[in-house]
Design a protein around this ligand. Sequence first.
Ligand code: ADP
Length: 494
Amino acid sequence: METPGPSSTPAPSFTPYAKPQRRSLPIRGQIALAFGMFILVIALLLWGLQIALLGPFYQMIRTGDVQETAAEVVALLDSDTLDEQVREISNDRGMVVVVTDEEGAQICGYRPTQRQSLLESLSRSQLVAKFDEVNLAGGTLITTYDSPYVYQNGSRPKVILLLRVVRTPAGLARMVLLESEITPVDAVQDTLRFQLITVTVVMVLLGALMAFFIARRISRPVAAVNESAKELARGNYDIRFEGGGAREVGELAQTLNVAAEELSKVEKLRRELLANVSHDLRTPLTMIRGYSEVLRDLPGEDTPENVQIIIDETQRLTDLVNDLLDLSRLESGVVKLDVAPFDLTDSIRTILARYDKLADYSFPFAYDREVTVNADELKISQVVYNLVNNAITYAGEDKTVSLTQTVLGDRVRISVSDTGEGIPADKLKDIWERYYKVDKEHKRAQVGTGLGLSIVKNILDLHQGAYGVESTLGAGSTFWFELPVESASPGDEG
Ligand code: ADP
């Protein structure tokens, strides 16, 4: 027979995880970049504010001072002690103060010690010219200029010059001249520059160090988790994730560990299911094929018994496929219950009536009242059918399956008992698992698919109903389930 060989075209290489869409920086890079930007912005801000704005800022303050002082001097012009007060002001503020009349004659003038003044070098005619100029300009003139005098350290101070022309209350025309240096700013700037350089260097070093350590603490565990996740994606479900560093990374590792365990469980179940299903499908098919060939090839073998075997095996296949479909729908959670009140007692009576054709078996049903429950009638019937079918399969010599309905407070319990071989105590838990059969081998001819009790369990779980089994080896088993009672009314003993 020809079997399909491996295809000649090479298989596309398997990439279990998607590559990142666009090149993005690793965590280390991003942290380093963020720190770098942060330090840069802070440094720019500091330097910009201190160096660029300090000069103009200081000049503004000094100009304000000069204007204030001018106003003070103007207020004193008519005073007898003008001379004295002007000297005081001049010394206090460190400004050159000169007062002249309109002819340029100096009325008083002072300069703080060791300060050279441009004002004092102005000639009388220059002063008169200034007087007219200021008058024309509206009474006040403020100018700044670089001082002609150079300091010992080579710096040349800036000077503010304020000229104001007024007429005093006594009617005298006066010109007030003020001169102030803006010297300190250079010295301050030098100090500041030194401080800034120190701060910047420390900031860069510290920032780089911090960025390095933080990046290492964060990126190392993430990289480790990432490597393990790639392993997981390749199908290695036994991989364990190590957390560490940040709490989120630890939690991520925990979550991934749980996910890996779940995946490995699902994978195991999938393999089992596939093995079971293929086995259970193949066996009846082999039988059907075998018997059909016998019927075709051997004359006289087309007996009703042989045909019945084929029919039975087709029925087994149908049952299996139906059970599989039911179970997968129940387990996938797509099944919606069609809940409505119905007479459970009546429903069970109807089901049992269908078994009447099984002449060998008897189905006594004990109940003392009609009980209505709020549930999905079709699904609950399926539960009863599955339990009764099992009881028939495993029934004892007496071929009796007894049903009992008991009302326990607000619940009703339905029990299905047989007097068969019973179930070993250590298997009682497992029988509810799908595909579980206590005795896999020799019961095959009569036993079902191993899915019946799983379906029962799923339906009762959906109803949030209790269920269970009591069994004594050699004496029989009692399967039971409970549902909340909607209403109950006395009925005939069944
Ligand atoms: P199956 O289709 O094999 O009956 P079930 O899921 O209904 O599958 O039952 C699982 C297993 O539980 C059965 O294979 C059988 O071993 C055991 N079992 C179920 N009901 C009974 C019973 N009434 N008496 C003894 N064993 C039972």
